[in-house]
Design a binder for this molecule. Structure first.
Ligand SMILES: Cc1cc2nc3c(=O)[nH]c(=O)nc-3n(C[C@H](O)[C@H](O)[C@H](O)COP(=O)(O)O)c2cc1C
Length: 404
């Protein structure tokens, strides 16, 4: 279940008896380190309380669409984008009917229309309700219109809360957890070695000062996680960031561009893919003062001589014998991002450039979301806006396609 760590799951609960089991599911997800946002329908609140689910998920439960105070925080569209997956458990006959009709008359159905993420639906109801042709028609309709954006976790047969016996019981919590974990289990990179750089570098001026940049490392860490979940052996070479070290990834902490260069070249042998997301300083102070620099009376300016750092990305891409099969660069640009991105692709002999417009504050550096264009010599593909986790999955899947 490690795949569920740090994933963002929006758990929708509708008005059915099985809602009590979903409380247990939310608890299990939280224990696994999953970020869980619970959304309750009006019906659901007759069966479970927001208080219980807030305590279990650690987040304020959302239950209303037309709520100005909630919209002032993470609005419904943001919430729809936030989710890596949506799980509706239990899904009532009524909510399935509304979804099949494309309705958006409460928060949950609106989110189902607004999200680009896959929706997992765990129906639960009395066996006669489940067997009713109207419910079956709604199920067929949903599967037809949503295609691979919907997965129905078919109800099991057995004794029901109402005393009936038949099909309609919600799948067990352990099965729902497995279904969620399977969503992140692509093994396209099994046996492959992936080296990823992330975060900023720090270029020392003296023992207490340095030159750096705003990179948070979030994109690189999300890619490392996505590559690991795709089965790769991941070597993550990271500058100083405030992010937890990802599980099941080989973490290498570095500080300066030169450290990063050295570590990358130590690890690159046998790598199949190199992804350079780090915001590496192009220049560093020529010398690092051994003692803290002091103000000099009467001196109002100070000049630092900077020298060029080695170009890590180009150095890997131009390796003669052990160049990785796929070399991917990131271009964080503030003007004419596509023009600069394409020139970087060509000049540095790259297979892909992920172009990022960092002049926008809603995406890129430090944000949880990103919107990029993936450039190759033959293609130009816009991806997003979406969470960095989801974007990382998409980028890894594009890289996998190119390898095939
Ligand atoms: C005691 C009780 C149990 C219910 N259990 C279910 C159920 O398991 N599945 C279902 O589809 N509807 C069930 N319903 C009916 C739904 O609660 C009702 O259709 C409601 O409008 C669903 O609203 P929602 O889809 O917005 O959550 C039950 C109703 C009651 C009174």
């Amino acid at each position: 279940m490690h795949q569920l760590r740090n994933k963002r799951i929006l758990v929708g609960i509708t008005g059915g008896i099985a809602a009590y089991k979903t409380a247990e599911l939310v608890r299990e997800l939280s224990k696994l380190g999953t970020e869980v946002q619970v959304v309750l329908t009006e019906g659901a609140k007759a069966f479970v309380t927001p208080m219980t689910l807030q305590a279990l998920s650690g987040r304020t439960v959302r239950d209303s669409l037309l709520d100005p105070s909630a919209e002032a925080g993470m609005g419904h569209i943001e919430l729809a984008r936030w989710a890596d997956r949506v799980l509706i458990a239990p899904a009532s006959a009524d909510s399935m009917a509304r979804m099949a009709a494309g309705m958006a008359n409460d928060l949950l159905t609106t989110l189902c229309l607004a999200t680009e993420s896959k929706v997992l639906l765990a129906p639960a109801m009395n066996q006669a309700m489940w067997a009713d042709p109207a419910t079956q028609r709604n199920l067929d309709e949903l599967q037809k219109v949503k295609g691979d954006k919907l997965k129905v976790l078919m109800p099991a047969s057995g004794e029901q809360a109402c005393g009936d016996v038949g099909a309609g019981r919600m799948q067990e919590v352990s099965d729902l957890l497995k279904a969620l974990a399977d969503e992140f289990e692509t093994k396209a990179l099994t046996g492959k070695k992936v080296v990823i750089t992330a975060g900023p570098t720090r270029e020392p001026i003296d023992p207490v000062r340095y030159i750096s940049n705003h990179s948070s490392g979030k994109m690189g860490y999300a890619l490392a996680q996505a590559a690991m979940e795709a089965g790769a052996q991941v070597e993550l070479v990271s500058g100083p960031v405030n992010l937890p070290k990802p599980d099941r990834i080989n973490n290498h902490s570095v500080v300066s561009a030169q450290d990063m260069y050295d570590k990358v070249h130590e690890l690159i042998d046998g790598a199949d893919i190199f992804i350079a997301t780090a915001a590496v300083a192009d220049f560093r102070p020529e010398t690092e003062a051994s003692n803290k620099l002091k103000k000099v009376p009467g001196q109002d300016t100070m000049t630092l001589t900077m020298v060029k750092n080695p170009d890590i990305l180009a150095s890997v891409s131009n390796l003669e014998n052990n160049r990785p099969n796929t070399v991917v660069g990131f271009a964080a640009e503030t003007d004419q991002p596509l023009v600069y991105g394409r020139s970087k692709l060509e000049k540095k002999n790259l297979d892909f450039v992920v172009v990022n417009d960092v002049s926008r504050t809603d995406i890129g550096f430090n944000a949880d979301h990103n919107e990029v264009t993936l450039l190759s010599s033959v293609d130009e593909k816009p991806i997003g806006p979406m969470s960095k986790t989801k974007l990382a999955e998409e980028l890894i899947s594009e890289i996998v396609k190119s390898i095939k």
